[in-house]
Design a protein around this ligand. Structure first.
Ligand code: AMP
Length: 111
């Protein structure tokens, strides 16, 4: 089944895209949990962090680089959080690997 993020990548659904290259796309979260809430998404459909294999490491490296770059661009480099929900029990709703990049406020554990 096509994931929502694939539809965004193919421009079938609109999103606020803040970064894109051949491996990664990053968008603003539609329902932000912090003043800055971005989603850094692999273009390859990987179900979750748990399904990453060694072959995917170059993509993960790129995703981490993009997190750092966007943290600077959005002026949160002095305090941010990267989260990836894995599976239903962690609240993962879209089965397509993505990192949440959150910042712009004093982050608590129960945000
Ligand atoms: P997760 O629950 O960890 O799988 O994260 C999915 C995230 O995607 C949630 O934070 C949603 O708010 C976000 N989301 C859902 N639909 C859209 C959309 N159309 N554009 C941007 N973000 C979305």
């Amino acid at each position: 089944m096509t994931t929502l993020f694939e539809k965004i990548i193919k421009r079938e659904i609109k999103a606020d895209i803040v970064y894109e290259d051949d491996q990664v796309i990053a968008i603003k979260d539609i329902c932000p949990k912090a003043p800055v809430h971005l989603l850094i998404i692999s273009k390859k459909v990987i179900e979750s962090f748990q399904k990453i294999t060694k072959n995917d490491f170059p993509i993960i490296n790129k995703m981490m680089e993009v997190c750092q770059k966007l943290a600077v661009e959005f002026a949160i480099e002095n305090g941010y959080r990267i989260i990836t929900n894995v599976g239903k029990n962690a609240g993962q709703t879209i089965l397509h690997l993505h990192f949440h990049l959150l910042g712009g406020k004093d982050l608590k554990w129960d945000f």
